[in-house]
Design a protein around this ligand. Structure first.
Ligand SMILES: *Cc1c(COP(=O)(O)O)cnc(C)c1O
Length: 237
């Protein structure tokens, strides 16, 4: 059995077990396979093992990979769902709007407006999560927690976007309770937005190293890369 298939099975087993331990339904947690830095062949191997949702961080790499994978699978192949999870430059929104089904990293109104304007009419609305900076000064990415509600109202009103929820990348720690505390902050914000009347259903949180804590705190999408595809090498220059 291929290593990627084996890893997918192990992660899925962890998701199911952790959901059950915390009184959640196992299929309430979706696995997003983060394929950044890995080639189309790795994605195809995961597809062969039944994986359908993939996350990419780097725009050009992602767009090239989507095309290569789509070509390899052909018209009759399974439908895949591509999620953009990397930093967004405001002059590079169009290829995101044209090639991805989801964007997890919206942190400014201007970016959301551009994504909405540039979303092709032939495609379903772009599914959006707002990235929240729950680690304060430790991270430069994400909207500040006290500004989430205002941004959420604006994004929810844009025509070609569907606001689904919140995303965060907490400061890494090996301590399970600290991991939980960070995810609990995101969950509290999410609960407040829902109480205020926004129809959200997505908490995108948890990666290879903090997957379990995220599920215990209510993650509905976990974004897992290295635990599926192996260690990444960035020195491709
Ligand atoms: C790389 C990345 C992941 C996956 O990280 P792993 O530790 O490899 O599981 C998840 N989310 C985002 C936003 C990433 O950039």
């Amino acid at each position: 059995m291929s290593l990627i298939r084996q890893n997918l099975q192990a992660i899925t087993a962890t998701i199911v077990a952790t959901a059950q331990e915390s009184g959640r339904l196992p299929d309430a947690v979706r696995l997003l396979a983060v394929s950044k830095t890995f080639g189309p062949e790795a994605v195809l191997e995961a597809v062969d093992a039944g994986q359908r949702a993939f996350g990419e961080n780097y725009l050009q790499e992602g767009v090239d990979k989507i095309q290569a994978v789509q070509q390899a699978l052909g018209e009759a192949g399974p439908a895949l769902e591509w999620h953009f999870i990397g930093p967004i430059q405001s002059n590079k929104t169009r290829p995101i709007a044209e090639n991805f089904a989801w964007v997890h990293t919206v942190e400014r109104e201007k970016i959301a407006q551009r994504l909405s304007e540039q979303r092709p009419a032939s495609l379903a609305p772009l599914q959006i999560c707002l990235q929240v900076n729950i680690s304060g000064e430790a991270s430069k990415s994400g909207v500040a927690p006290q500004e989430v509600a205002a941004l959420a109202d604006k994004v929810a009103a844009l025509p070609n976007l569907t606001l689904r929820g919140l995303m965060a990348i907490p400061e890494p720690t090996d301590d399970f309770d600290q991991q939980r505390a960070a995810f609990a902050q995101l969950r509290t914000l999410y609960d407040q937005l829902r109480a205020d009347g926004l129809a959200l259903d997505t908490l995108s949180m948890g990666m290879s190293a903090d997957l379990r804590a995220a599920i215990v705190e209510g993650a509905t999408i976990v974004r897992v890369g290295s635990a599926i595809f192996g260690a990444r090498q960035y020195n491709k220059a």
